[in-house]
Design a protein around this ligand. Structure first.
Ligand SMILES: NC(=O)c1ccc[n+]([C@@H]2O[C@H](COP(=O)([O-])OP(=O)(O)OC[C@H]3O[C@@H](n4cnc5c(N)ncnc54)[C@H](OP(=O)(O)O)[C@@H]3O)[C@@H](O)[C@H]2O)c1
Length: 246
């Protein structure tokens, strides 16, 4: 039985915790909560123990919390960090490294340069076995993960004929729960999306060329163009799918 602590209970952390809590090989030792608000009680009502930063403990005196994040880290095998992008790196420096605990970070972090949280960007369809025994692993964001799952089987089957991959992402501005996020009513192109570098990190230089960000709360769209060389021509494969948020 492995003891797992989930630090952060937003869009991603709450789903991870609810998903793994029924796994017979895992005990969730608790959830890390950082702001003192009504969501503390929601976490307790969901059946989890809540732990808070030592220096903020007085802010939580109206809630039935179970202890400090610093103390629970001494009693877990793995942390799943689900903090907002960039805070995972700070958590690594401030609490995880001093405690010597293993951590999985989320897609808002990076594996490049001074703020790298790990030396591997995990994709279950591409580098599953390489993650074994790593102390720190970064899980790619949803789009980065989806791309590996779609493109890697094509790469495995047709590597000798593969000419190029090109991917266009049309993304929602915010999750449904993120009501405090500003929604801009426009189409805007991100010229150097992190997704391209992230995919190339596990995939080599075969890649993608652009990402569009598009205002649309209820949908995301992914378009793939894959070119395969044939004896006297080039075969163009187009895949397009739309995901709805409900
Ligand atoms: N949402 C998506 O679709 C999506 C997709 C792919 C990847 N990701 C990545 O997943 C990560 C989490 O994103 P999210 O969408 O779940 O964010 P979110 O909904 O804003 O939730 C983040 C949670 O982290 C907590 N938090 C604040 N400071 C923290 C700290 N220092 N340490 C630990 N937790 C802290 C917040 O708790 P309090 O309310 O208590 O302050 C909040 O509940 C990011 O790296 C993001 O890029 C998100």
């Amino acid at each position: 039985m492995k003891k797992v602590f989930v630090n952060g209970y937003g869009s991603i952390g709450s789903r991870i915790a609810k998903f793994i809590k029924d796994d017979p090989d895992i005990t969730i030792t608790g959830i890390g909560k950082h702001s003192s608000n009504e969501k503390v009680q929601h976490i307790i009502d969901d059946g989890f123990s809540v732990f808070v930063p030592e220096k903020k403990i007085d802010d939580f005196k109206n809630y039935d919390i179970s202890g400090t994040i610093e103390s629970i880290l001494d009693d877990c095998d793995l942390v799943i960090d689900a903090s907002p992008g960039g805070k995972g790196f700070l958590n690594k420096k401030n609490i995880y490294e001093p405690k010597g605990v293993k951590v999985i970070f989320q897609g808002g972090e990076t594996i490049f340069n001074d703020n790298a949280v790990a030396d591997i960007l995990f994709n279950s369809r591409v580098n599953y076995a390489e993650a074994f025994n790593k102390k720190y692993v970064m899980q790619g964001s949803c789009n980065v993960t989806g791309m590996g799952r779609i493109l890697n089987p094509l790469r495995e089957k047709y590597s000798d004929r593969l000419d190029s991959f090109s991917v266009t992402l049309v993304r929602r501005w915010a999750d449904l729960e993120q009501t405090d996020k500003q929604i801009v009513d426009t189409i805007e192109m991100t010229e150097q999306p992190h997704h391209a570098d992230d995919v190339k990190a596990y995939f080599g230089k075969d890649g993608m060329n652009m990402e569009l960000q598009f205002y649309g709360l209820l949908m995301e769209q992914k378009m793939f163009v894959i070119l395969l060389n044939q004896p006297n021509s080039v075969l163009r494969i187009q895949i397009c799918y739309i995901s709805m948020l409900i």
